[in-house]
Design a protein around this ligand. Structure first.
Ligand SMILES: *Cc1c(COP(=O)(O)O)cnc(C)c1O
Length: 422
């Protein structure tokens, strides 16, 4: 009999609905999930895994948290979607506006990709400029303007990262290395008055976790102001993941526009973008920047997100999550090194990445030079031990509230056995 993986490959491109799920980066076949509970995934063969993928970030309370499940079930009995406003949308918007600096008005959408695409449209609309700037190795969803390959050197003119992206569009996207203040200045000096927006992850998470170096974020803010470009802080991953209110609140940033998704949707398809009223008033039906969505602000998704946000809004939530994450990352590094392995980690809030390199990377180039062959062995070794790490050395791992002390210890013991074989 054909397995689901064989059947999947017949009818889904690469067998999956999002590329990284195919294990292409690490080789082998993905497992098929039957259910998730707390920190665990269970596959259709009855195997249990400690999960550090956590749907790539949204599940900060773990799988199937009772409060989130109850909120979803209750709302579902009242209907799944209406095409007319609900109280839940207002409560979600007010929650976000109170928590996130610079967020005065917000529009709900269905994914992070939608949020970044719309934010860029707003920035282009209000500035009357077409160019945007992003950082190499940063991911902002699969929108045309954002799928642009990182070049080497200071600034690179956009080369599309994907077939099907018109060259004319890709050329409008400028790319500089993350944490490279000089390259950024050079680009602004040359074409700063043509740049509609800088879009960035305040902590990079899609080249693995990479922290902003001191002064980097300040420089971006200063240059965007000086040249009249908007600063789009893409908090799709970091929002409510590194702190309540996201990295913007943690670092005291003053973004012009903010993008959110993942944690605010608790595992439902949710995104949001917003910022100063003067910009958001340009969005339809108030203004001439058009953006819409049949399922945007979906009541079941809002109920899930609100239940999760309510549950994590407690004084010790983030300090405890960060403590757990830090302990795990530091202990993994210590144990790897005890086995003579060059290993390092970057960590913040509920995000970390283990890199097989002497020093923690500061940009995409340095991540690229870590030992990917070793990561592949680590990944498969851990999977055999029943621990699911991201199937790519360029991804972030996401501990959750549900990862208890015992889960962390079990992970470390598994890692000890795996490091021995590396
Ligand atoms: C995940 C992610 C996106 C894309 O969000 P989707 O919901 O997958 O479309 C955009 N930006 C960042 C920083 C992300 O981490």
């Amino acid at each position: 009999m054909e397995s689901y993986w064989q059947r999947a490959q017949n009818v889904l491109p690469g067998g999956v609905n999002s590329p990284v799920r195919s294990f292409k980066g690490v080789g082998g076949e993905p497992f098929f999930v039957k259910r998730g509970q707390g920190p665990y995934l269970f596959d259709d063969q009855g195997r249990q895994y400690i999960d550090f993928v956590m749907s790539y970030g949204p599940l900060i309370l773990g799988h199937a948290h009772p409060k989130v499940v109850a909120a979803v079930s209750e709302q579902a009995t009242q209907g799944l979607s209406y095409g007319a406003p609900t109280d839940l949308e207002v409560e979600m918007a007010e929650t976000l506006v109170q928590a996130v600096p610079g967020l005065e008005m917000v529009r709900m959408v269905n994914s992070g990709t939608e949020a970044t695409m719309a934010a860029i449209r707003v920035a282009r609309g209000v500035t009357g400029r077409d160019r945007i700037l992003k950082f190499a190795g940063s991911y902002h969803g699969h929108g045309d303007s954002l799928l642009v390959k990182a070049g080497s050197g200071a600034a690179t003119m956009g080369v599309p990262d994907s077939l099907g992206v018109p060259k004319a569009l890709a050329e409008l996207t400028l790319t500089v290395p993350y944490n490279d203040v000089d390259a950024l200045r050079t680009v602004f000096n040359a074409v700063g008055d043509q740049i509609a927006a800088v879009i960035m992850e305040p902590v990079a998470g899609n080249m693995g976790t990479v922290l902003p170096q001191p002064g980097f974020l300040d420089t971006v803010r200063q240059l965007t102001r000086q040249y009249g470009a908007l600063w789009i802080v893409d908090e799709v991953m970091t929002g409510f993941r590194v702190a309540w209110g996201g990295a913007s609140r943690l670092f005291g940033l003053e973004p012009d526009l903010v993008c959110l998704a993942k944690v605010i949707g608790a595992g439902m398809p949710v995104g949001a973008y917003g910022g100063k009223k003067s910009y958001m008033q340009e969005v339809a039906p108030l203004g001439p920047v058009y953006q819409a969505g049949t399922l945007s602000g979906n009541p079941v998704a809002m109920a899930a997100g609100l239940a999760q946000l309510h549950e994590i809004h407690q004084p010790d939530f983030y300090s405890q999550l960060e403590q757990k994450t830090r302990t795990l990352a530091e202990e993994l590094v210590a144990r790897g090194r005890a086995h003579g392995i060059a290993v390092s980690a970057n960590t913040i809030g509920g995000m970390f990445t283990l890199f097989f390199s002497d020093m923690p990377p500061r940009n995409f180039d340095e991540v690229s030079h870590s030992d990917h062959a070793r990561y592949r062995k680590f990944f498969h070794g851990m999977l055999e031990q029943g621990v699911f790490f991201p199937p790519s050395p360029f991804e972030t791992a996401f501990p959750s509230w549900a990862h208890t002390e015992a889960t962390i210890q079990a992970t470390l013991e598994a890692a000890d056995r795996v490091f021995q074989q590396l």
